[in-house]
Design a protein around this ligand. Structure first.
Ligand code: NAD
Ligand code: ZN
Ligand code: ZN
Length: 381
């Protein structure tokens, strides 16, 4: 089968790989009909995730048709159209029982932090992902969810990660009616977080980035205010001033490690001398939230994401909440929001690329070229 094949940082190709096989009685094999490239894939692509092995196939956002099931699988059948959450979850461990599907122990027992994730290095369990024609789906009774017949597949594929992650970012922020929310990062996740913040009752939503076309997209798609941090003297002072010097009620970090690193290169000229890879957006979030406010982090950090201004966290009495999104927990709510038209996840898709051109798609998405917000990959039919 055709599959994306990681060769080293910024080196990706498409190649033939063996068709995946059922390895456990509760596995399924899914024929992929669409997959996405995510900002999280860029951390792998940039070589920031430990133990990313050559030959791995990325891709944790995909939908497809069930081709084969193991003998114990009961909840899905061959021929079903399914969306598959990015978290690989056993459904029965202590974490899954609390609906913390992103923290499943069984799917990645040797890890200290993250559960299993499709196509996300051996740090996340060493599973191959869905940027391919076929993928093995473990614990097939737990994650895969039959796509409602009337749902657009483009909406369905965004329910595997980006929509739930944006929603959970807003939820973890504990947004209350009338709150001012600041979202750092106008990528797919930040834009979705801004959009979802309104659902929780925000009165004002501000997004911060430095890529003009993304800010423009966010203004239209999420109806929020959008500011370019390069044109602000100091984003923290700006955010304080515009909130009557109180600071925002909630700040959301939808940037993470490598994107923050690239932003740093652009602001070092302004003497913001932080170590490369340090968490600029997270600093800004902590420093511009109000005293007693909440900072919600969904941006993914590798080992470089340290140097947090912990003194300010203490002095301001800030609550920090963070996690991988728990997709399965949120799916029933989000499917309803898509059906009712409150959420339109497919509206962020800007590029449809044949799987054969996956290397070019990574380049465009990583370099923020061609007004790219969210690219999806289409395997050959
Ligand atoms: P993306 O790379 O498309 O977007 C990141 C955006 O942040 C870019 O537009 C970039 O210009 C902007 N940025 C960089 N530095 C900034 C700064 N200092 N202040 C404000 N904006 C800045 O990625 P994405 O797909 O939107 O994902 C965003 C983050 O969310 C990534 O770290 C990704 O790994 C993470 N993520 C987490 C989960 C989860 O479950 N927690 C799920 C999906 C993605
Ligand atoms: Zn993702
Ligand atoms: Zn589990």
């Amino acid at each position: 089968m055709l599959a994306m094949n990681y060769r080293g940082p910024r080196r990706i190709r498409v190649s033939q790989k063996p068709h995946p096989e059922l390895l456990h009685p509760n596995d399924a094999i899914v024929r992929v009909t669409r997959s996405c490239i995510c900002g999280s894939d860029l951390h792998l692509y940039h070589g920031l995730v430990p133990d990313t092995r050559v030959g791995t196939t990325f891709g944790h956002e995909f939908i497809g048709v069930v081709e084969e099931i193991g003998p114990t699988v009961q909840n899905i059948k061959v021929g079903d159209n399914v969306l598959v959450p990015f978290n690989i979850a056993c459904g029965t461990c202590a974490f899954c029982k609390q609906e913390l599907y992103g923290n499943c122990h069984e799917s990645n027992p040797e890890a200290t932090a993250v559960g299993g994730i499709f196509g996300y290095s051996h740090t996340a369990g060493g599973y191959d992902g869905g940027q391919a024609e076929y993928v093995r789906v473990p614990y097939a009774d737990v994650g895969p969810t039959v796509i409602p017949a009337d749902m657009d597949p483009d909406d369905a594929v965004l329910l595997t990660d980006v929509a739930p992650t944006g929603y959970q970012a807003a939820e973890m922020g504990g947004i209350k009616k009338g709150d001012t929310v600041v979202v750092f990062g106008a990528g797919p996740v930040g834009i979705m977080a801004a959009k979802c913040s309104w659902l929780f009752g925000a009165a004002r939503v501000i997004i911060i980035d430095h890529i003009e076309y993304r800010l423009e997209f966010a203004r239209k798609y999420a109806q929020c205010e959008a500011y370019n941090f390069r044109s602000l003297e100091d984003p923290v002072v700006f955010l304080k001033r515009t909130t009557g010097w109180f600071g925002a009620d909630v700040c959301i970090d939808a940037v993470g490690a490598d994107a923050a690193g690239s932003a740093l290169q652009t602001i070092t000229g302004k003497k913001l001398m932080l170590q490369a890879g340090a968490a600029t957006a997270l600093h800004w979030a902590i420093n511009s939230v109000k005293k007693g406010g909440i900072v919600s982090i969904v941006g993914v950090y590798g080992p470089t994401g340290n140097l947090i201004p912990i003194g300010n966290v203490v002095n301001k009495g800030i609550t920090i909440r963070a996690n991988q999104a728990s997709v399965k927990r949120l799916l029933p709510r989000l499917i309803e929001h898509v059906k009712s038209g409150v959420l339109n996840p497919k509206g962020i898709i800007t590029h449809r690329v044949p799987l054969e051109e996956v290397a070019e798609a990574y380049h465009i998405f990583s370099s923020k070229l061609d007004n790219c917000i969210k690219p999806i990959l289409i395997p050959p039919s």
